[in-house]
Design a protein around this ligand. Structure first.
Ligand code: MOS
Length: 753
């Protein structure tokens, strides 16, 4: 168990007296957002009028920059400076990112080489955005062009292993697979996908002496602050990084980019604030994307449905820079029992934009193959696909024998089946018609890891009895502000209106930020600890204060409710107590770290997706008519924001199944679709009935509050459930995502329909 503050005569979260934890509380910052008054990074008003920077991306994928002619840009109206590789100020060299949490320096224009199409190669700052944009168009770059290698199309399972990684083999997969009476052996392909955050990456920066203030749109406060400081070769404490509101992250902003570096450098150079933003088109190439994969799934089973062999090999591409690997096979390791197992990854270095983490990296791609392979196996066996999952439900982690901290997959499957009407599914494809539409049902499992990282938080109580939560945490649209407010209110026994939440600031107690669905568990646990410590401090003050009705104790009988501290019928308000004893307020910190024994358990979140599709047999168009997800993901802090996370992930699953994908232009290594008119994200009209339900769960092994996470679980398996429903509707298996109408139609024609 992780550490719990030792004064815990009672656990306010467990008691949940005011029933705030789990409740569908409205967003704390909602009114600011819907009224347009929440200032995002590019909208922050700096202390003096800003200048505007515009970046110039490369128009080749590979080659050398021979010269950059900035003369015309520099002579253009309003221009304050123009830079390229040849005259950018000195910065630290680029780090190799050794792990997710290490700061990464991002020097701008470091090399005279171009590593991918759309890499930033020049930068212009002017008095207005219009002047900067016009001047940027005058920059002339002369390249020595080399033929890029941009085709990712492996034939077999070949490829390099990621550094330091080999395949995981349990038992003898090859022999068991060869001997299995019933087998599936197929290959799926997924295209590159783009995060398409509503708010592009953007920065507003200014200097006061040698101190830099930078408002940026990033998921990780500390890491970005340190990375920027390292890049600029200044002490981290000289960088004050703020990120109050973030218009979507999804992994895109767990890295950070030239907008920060160039805004900081330019502002120092010209002595005034500078704003730099990516355009939508620049976001596509100049940040990161989910790379394409080739996924080879093999399953072997006995006629009664017991898996005897399973394998998933993921191949994917990396750019020449960056070393993120889409580990599409990892999630399959704890998923189903099978004595013989083989999983691993292969990488291809190509002259493509930098691959990176996108919502549920790994699961987002891998489930699109593996959960369809399970569907194909079920059909061959003549077993219901849901029952096939239940038959292969493991007692312990099938890879390493560790017990599960909690695992309610079967309950998710059963509960979902009942609510969705899974028993009405006709197992023979193409039997249910609605006019020219053919209908089908599909399901798939969702799984995603859960973790907790070290974090701190502070709680301040003031003389009005208001609790202020402070934490260097982020809210990327997930509901962080709201759930931290709920935790503060519940631990301190005060109404929500007596809580303030301050996050997104590098000067606040550090927390890792948002990513890997660790945010709620990590930030929430630290806040719980801060709350328990503040309770303890308040009790100590009360029982030692002769003016307090609580004077003399007993300490262990103090209760906190409705802003009142009491020992049975002796009571006063927290405000009165603090006004007398700490008129300037009282601040207490809390801290959480993973328990020493946290590795003893296999900790995941789970779910089951159910989908009904209709397919237009004339056009091949797929419409999602109904979709239900049932999830078990630890204690749910806020039913509304959690449901929104889950349904958002499910909708993204629909996108990955049906519409999303960046096509590479083989000549240039650029994405052909570079905006949201051509990169199709599902919209309201694409989604029919949709719901997400959360089962009761407290994962006692996970952390003191039993929280896991839901930020990435919803997308895991959602697209596979859509693909499986398509098969059930019309008998067509498309293993090349996205499943666009032309592919469905070709399949129907091949079947003679
Ligand atoms: Mo994430 S894709 O770990 O922000």
């Amino acid at each position: 168990m992780t550490q719990v503050a030792d004064w815990a005569g009672s656990n306010p979260i467990k008691e949940n007296r005011s029933r705030l934890i789990g409740k569908a509380v409205d967003r704390y910052e909602g009114p600011l957002k819907v009224s347009g008054t929440a200032a995002y990074a590019h909208e922050v008003v700096p202390p003096s009028p800003p200048a505007y920077g515009v970046m110039v991306p490369s128009t080749i994928a590979r080659g050398r920059i021979l010269s950059v002619d900035l003369a015309a840009a520099r002579a253009a109206p309003g221009v304050a400076l123009a830079w390229s590789h040849f005259d950018v100020p000195e910065q630290a060299p680029r780090n190799v990112m050794l792990n997710f949490f290490q700061p990464l320096t991002t020097p701008a224009f470091e090399f005279d080489r171009v590593s991918y199409w759309g890499e930033q190669v020049a930068f212009v700052v002017a008095d207005t955005l219009e002047n900067a944009t016009a001047a940027a168009a005058l920059v002339k770059v002369d390249y020595e062009i080399e033929a890029p290698e941009v085709t990712f199309d492996p034939i077999g399972d070949e490829g390099e292993h990621p550094p330091g990684e080999s395949d995981v083999q349990v038992g003898d997969f090859a022999a068991a697979f060869a001997a299995a009476p019933v087998r599936v052996d197929a290959v799926w392909r997924t295209p590159p996908q783009n995060h398409c955050t509503m708010e592009p990456c953007a920065t507003t920066a200014w200097w006061e002496g040698d101190k830099l203030t930078v408002h940026a749109s990033v998921q990780l406060v500390r890491k970005t602050q340190h990375g920027l400081a390292e890049t600029l070769k200044i002490p981290p404490e000289n960088v004050h990084l703020l990120t109050r509101y973030i218009g979507g992250g999804f992994g895109a902003k767990a890295s950070w980019y030239e907008d920060l570096t160039l805004a900081a450098l330019a502002s120092r150079e010209i002595g005034r604030p500078v704003k730099v933003a990516f355009t939508r088109q620049q976001m596509m190439h100049g940040t990161i994307h989910r790379p394409a994969t080739r996924l080879h799934a093999r399953l072997g089973a006995t006629p009664d449905g017991k898996l005897t062999a399973m394998s998933l090999i993921t191949q994917t591409h990396l750019g020449r820079v960056g070393n993120f690997v889409e580990r599409g096979s990892n999630f399959s390791r704890p998923l189903y029992s099978a004595p013989n197992r083989l999983t691993g990854h292969r990488i291809f270095h190509l002259d493509l934009p930098v691959a990176g983490a996108m919502r549920a990296p790994g699961e987002g791609s891998g489930t699109l193959a593996f959960e369809c392979a399970m569907d194909e196996l079920a059909e061959k066996l003549g077993i219901d696909p849901l029952e096939l999952r239940v038959i292969n439900e493991p007692e312990v982690n099938p890879e390493d024998g560790r017990p599960f901290s909690s695992r309610q997959l079967t309950r998710c499957l059963r509960e979902g089946a009942e609510r969705f009407g899974w028993d009405k599914r006709v197992s023979v494809p193409g039997r249910v018609r609605d006019g020219r539409w053919t209908l089908g049902l599909g399901m798939a499992t969702a799984i995603r890891g859960s973790s907790l990282l070290p974090a701190k938080a502070s709680f301040t109580v003031d003389a009005e009895g208001v609790i202020t939560v402070k934490q260097g945490m982020t809210d990327i649209g997930t509901g962080t502000y709201t759930v931290l407010g709920q935790i503060a209110a519940e631990t301190m026994g005060v109404p929500l209106k007596s809580v303030r939440v301050e996050i997104g600031d590098s000067e606040l107690p550090p927390a890792p930020g948002s990513g890997g669905q660790f945010g709620a568990a990590t930030a929430g646990s630290a806040c719980f600890e801060a709350g328990m410590n503040l309770r303890k401090a308040i009790v100590e003050i009360a029982v030692a204060d002769p003016a307090s009705p609580l004077y003399g104790g007993p300490s262990e009988n103090v209760t906190f409710q409705d802003g009142i501290v009491a020992i049975s019928n002796r009571s006063e308000t927290i405000a009165e107590l603090i006004r007398r004893n700490r008129p300037d307020g009282l601040t207490v910190e809390g801290e959480i770290k993973p328990a020493e024994d946290s590795g003893k358990w296999s900790t995941q979140t789970y779910g089951a997706h159910f989908v009904e599709v209709g397919i237009d047999t004339v056009t091949g168009e797929v419409r999602v008519r109904r979709m239900l997800g049932v999830f078990a993901a630890g204690r749910i802090l806020n039913y509304k924001t959690a449901r929104s996370q889950l349904t958002g992930g499910m909708i993204w699953g629909v996108g990955s199944a049906l519409t999303e994908g960046n096509a590479f232009d083989p000549r240039y290594g650029s994405f052909i679709n570079q905006d949201m008119a051509a990169y199709l994200v599902p919209v309201q009209a694409d989604i029919g009935e949709l719901d997400a339900i959360m089962l009761d769960e407290e994962d006692e092994k996970a952390n003191p509050m039993g929280i896991k996470g839901v930020g990435e679980l919803g997308i895991s398996g959602a697209g596979a459930a859509v693909a499986n429903a398509i098969y059930n509707a019309c008998g067509v298996r498309v293993r090349d995502y996205p499943i666009t109408p032309d592919k469905v139609l070709a399949g129907l024609m091949a079947l003679g329909k």
